[in-house]
Design a protein around this ligand. Structure first.
Ligand code: NAD
Length: 435
């Protein structure tokens, strides 16, 4: 096929023009990586502020170094725009838009569908379209393919269509976009070949699977694996609380076994755009096959119950101090969904705050990465972490452990600390209560 050969040639000599739709946590690092590999990259992003920032070389994603972004923009290899105009000139288009859930925990594919529709208007023979958003098995084949083929062009013949899940772990210093193995599946053999050739130019190692559906399942399984194992240690934390045992001590000792076990830690729940959401994509799709994914349901139930457990522990501590929750002043430390990052989407700390506010408590927060929290039912500013702010609170709840926070200082000045992350490891004080 002439179209395929021409594209493979342009991929190998890196003259292919690459588009990345959605310049968020996934899309921007990938766009930068592709530009650094020598490709000409156009980011298509509906948020004009993000577009303007990229074009000025200003970074807004934790994992990217601003000087790298600026260098890519100044070299002319990376630029961004809002409209899809000119998408027909692109050889490869990577899609990294959000895949949220509806209120009823069903997949919300509105972003994928609207981007696919927009791209179908610019589709031309010889293009590769690769979906990187996390989704249920069948999205590329059953949802995107018909929209694109309505143009009259056939997938795997006239154009190429693949799924390659993004596995980036925000904040991870060792594993980045480039050195994290990339799984690729095509809707047919030609699509797979082209997708391998493309990703092989940018990512250190590419692992092919036999279909786009298999690639989609790989990613949702990985996130389900985490959700289930976190739920398992969370359940252990609930049991240890009943038994009067220290879950952290038990886990520390268990993880000294050099084989057959893997570290996972309990906490106030799970957050971020992946672990709380993605397994439900699979749960929903499994129903079409008359199959109930029991581990996913159970893990979701346990993980979502954790903020309620934190609230219950807070009540107990306040009770010991003779304080009614409705009159308590509480300082929550860390509202990001995990350590050392600024992403607070779906963070369990938010649920803890909402619950305590619902009890009438006066809740403040400090997070060195998040100056203000004005969505998801919150309307708060981060307060400075001073001795006075700590002393004023009846209870300090460590919801997310950031390395920037001095926990010795926290314990020294707080009246009482509920530590849901074992951030106070090594600090001996009877002020501290662990999860
Ligand atoms: N954040 C992670 O850690 C992570 C890791 C692996 C996979 N993923 C998956 O990658 C996908 C993207 O996640 P993210 O965290 O990068 O999301 P994000 O919200 O950070 O970025 C998505 C971007 O897409 C843009 N966008 C939305 N609709 C658009 C449209 N119609 N046209 C152009 N741009 C549009 C948004 O404005 C936003 O900037 C999701 O499916 C997610 O599950 C995320």
């Amino acid at each position: 096929m002439a179209e395929q050969e021409a594209l493979l040639e342009r991929l190998r000599d890196r003259t292919a023009r690459v588009g990345v739709v959605g310049l968020g946590y996934v899309g921007l690092p990938f766009a930068l990586e592709a530009a650094q590999a020598g490709f000409q990259v156009l980011g298509i992003e509906r948020n004009p502020e993000r577009v303007a920032k990229v074009n000025r070389g200003e970074n807004y994603i934790d994992d990217i170094r601003e000087e790298d972004l600026r260098a890519a923009v100044e070299s002319g290899r990376l630029r961004a725009q809002v409209p899809f105009d000119g998408a027909e000139d692109l050889d490869v288009i990577v899609i990294a838009v959000p895949t949220p859930l509806t209120k009823n925990l069903t997949p919300d594919l509105q972003y994928i569908v609207s981007v696919t529709r927009a791209l179908s208007e610019h589709l031309r023979p010889g293009q590769l379209i690769s979906l990187e958003s996390t989704t249920y098995p069948g999205t590329t084949e059953e949802v995107m393919r018909p929209i694109l083929e309505a143009s009259g062009l056939k997938a795997d013949e006239d154009f190429f269509l693949a799924h390659s899940p993004e596995r980036v772990d925000p904040g991870n210093k060792r594993w980045k976009t480039k050195n994290t193995t990339k799984v690729v599946g095509g809707v047919g053999p030609r699509s797979l070949e082209v997708a391998i050739a493309f990703y092989g130019q940018i990512i250190e190692k590419v692992v092919p699977v036999s279909s786009a559906r298999a690639a989609e399942l790989v990613k949702v399984f990985e996130n389900t694996f985490r959700a289930v194992n976190i739920a398992l240690v969370n359940e252990l934390a609930l049991l240890c609380d009943r038994m009067g045992l220290n879950v952290w001590e038990v886990l520390d000792a268990a993880f000294t076994k050099p084989f057959g076990i893997m570290p996972f830690y309990p906490g106030p729940g799970v957050g971020g755009h992946c672990i709380p959401l993605d397994p439900h994509y699979l749960e929903w799709k499994a129903r079409e096959y008359g199959f109930r994914t029991r581990f996913i349901g159970l893990a979701g139930e346990i993980n979502r119950s954790m903020p309620y457990f934190v609230r219950e522990k807070a009540w107990r501590l306040l009770n010991q101090m003779g304080k009614a929750p409705s009159r308590a002043k509480i300082l929550v430390l860390g509202i990001a969904y995990k350590s050392d990052i600024s992403d607070w989407r779906e963070s369990p700390a938010l649920e803890v705050i909402r619950l305590l506010q619902g009890d009438g408590a006066q809740v403040r927060y400090h997070d060195p990465y998040i100056p203000s929290a004005r969505r998801a039912g919150l309307d708060l500013d981060s307060v400075p972490l001073t001795a006075e702010a700590l002393r004023e609170a009846d209870l300090v709840i460590i919801a997310t452990a950031h390395r920037k926070v001095d926990y010795h200082f926290v314990v020294q000045h707080a009246k009482r600390v509920l530590d849901t992350r074992y951030a106070t490891r090594g600090i001996q004080s009877d002020k501290v209560e662990l999860l």
